[in-house]
Design a protein around this ligand. Sequence first.
Ligand code: FES
Ligand code: FES
Length: 172
Amino acid sequence: MLTLTINGEVHELDVDPATPLLWVIREQLALTGTKFGCGIAQCGACTVHLNGAPVRSCVTPVTVADQQKITTIEGLATNGEWHPLQQAWIDEQVPQCGYCQSGQIMSAAALLANNPNPSDNDIDQAMSGNVCRCGTYGRIRKGIKRAAATLAAGESSEPQDRSAGRGESRHG
Ligand code: FES
Ligand code: FES
């Protein structure tokens, strides 16, 4: 039996320890915002946070998440408020088909939690593992900068900080 805390909810799961975390998130917990893309850690569509750090859930055995805290795109907003990145994604009209975007946002959220004022180079490095077949990279960069500006302006900075890490940073 494994114990996973996903988006603040504790789940006791009886699964094969080799099962990829993505399978559990999507199939057992029906959190379908996290996408299956390549299955081999090459596209980033399946990105979630494990204790605040972005991981590729398609290649992360569920045992790695035992007793740990996971955040998916469904857990990024807090108290009914979009995460600043989600608002920026709307304002900048970032998605095209949208398939890659939850993974993009999760990588971006981890970036801003550690680096509130990323340079273009910082953004390119942090986002380099997230592939967008629609080519929305320019808008993604604008969205990240818009969210960073929102955070810097202190608008709803407290909930933003909480949502970025969902308390995970306290645990490493
Ligand atoms: S589905 Fe996990 S990196 Fe592509
Ligand atoms: S928006 Fe279509 S794959 Fe990125």
